[in-house]
Write a protein that binds this ligand. Structure first.
Ligand SMILES: [Zn+2]
Length: 114
């Protein structure tokens, strides 16, 4: 399960940060999730509600999910385009010599302490 691993990663990272920075309570965590990362945001929210109860600093923390739009680069014509719309075929020149630049990742963008 992609989503479960993601939530564990977020909780571990934020709890470490809280200890290092002497924070006592986290109000919210903003997580950016790539459009083609395969992570389903509603699953993330469900796991979050369940997992945060066992944490030290995140019991009342809200998970805010933002989307990273997926972008693909065409090596043939050097242009980029939105991945979700055109997938692997470049809409500018029709080449399939393309690769994903962004949209396959997730990262913690912001942590708000209370
Ligand atoms: Zn192209």
């Amino acid at each position: 399960m992609h989503e479960l691993g993601t939530i564990h990663y977020v909780i571990d990272t934020v709890e470490k940060l809280a200890v290092e920075n002497d924070l006592t309570k986290i109000g919210s965590v903003t997580l950016e999730v790539g459009e083609v990362s395969g992570i389903i945001p509603s699953f993330l929210s469900d796991y979050w509600e369940y997992a945060k109860k066992k944490t030290r600093f995140l019991q009342d923390a809200e998970l805010i999910i933002e989307t990273i739009h997926a972008v693909t680069y065409c090596q043939n014509c050097g242009k980029t385009y939105p991945t979700l719309e055109y997938a692997k075929i470049c809409p500018h020149c029709g080449s399939d010599n393309t690769f994903l630049v962004t949209g396959n990742e997730y990262m913690i963008k912001e942590i708000e302490a209370m």
